[in-house]
Design a binder for this molecule. Sequence first.
Ligand code: HPA
Length: 258
Amino acid sequence: MWQPAVAIVLGSGLGRLAEHVQHASCIPYSSIPYFSTTSAVGHAGTVICGYLAGLPVVLLQGRAHRYEGISNCQASFPVRCARALGADILITTNAAGGLNPRFQTGDLMVLDSHLDFLWPRGQFESDCQPTQIAPRRTPPYDWNLLTRAKELARRENITLHQGCYLATLGPTYETRSEYRMFRWAGADAVGMSTLPEVLAAQELSMRVLAFSVITNVASTDIPQTTTHAEVVDVGLAVGPKLLSIVSGLLEDLSGQPD
Ligand code: HPA
């Protein structure tokens, strides 16, 4: 019986990873009860079940965001379903604005920490029954997966930074003052997603690996505008680099005994 080992969430402009799935079955979010559909450009809203690098995977192609009026619980529902199907690893990806002055457009970052600015939590949060009431002590990001991702990136000559992702509600991109404040707070990149999934996966004892594609660099000094079209375009251009890292990881995992 097909049972996913890994759930992969594809963020803005990163949906093309789905083209590499073998024996794919595609199910639109709109046909699955309680799945939130998304209106964000670059997010197809499709579940893809199949195999990548020989490993059974479920791809969540696109995500609904908190700024679309949903709670963390609703935003993380697809990951909770993937967990219920059997996935015990979450690989999640997003588009983000680079705050660290060393970052350049098109770079990748692997998350080793986060700042959660997704509050207020939103309506319906109580719909989610936490499986674990006690405070969680372990950090959500899996150190072995992170280290392996960095090795694979180095091998392929891909720039992969490591840093802290700050999630904000959006839906507008930040003002220069907000970018400055977020940098001051310790963030290396800022985006509007990912943490609901990461927190749910942590609660459900999944191993988590998360990547940001730096689709724009946020200069705190020069006035500039960020557009969603630009974010999606960079996501599309950087997709192949992410694919090679993720494929390498999946190949490793498929060689590992359970
Ligand atoms: N801010 C917030 N979210 C984003 C950005 C940004 O600059 N770029 C891509 N997603």
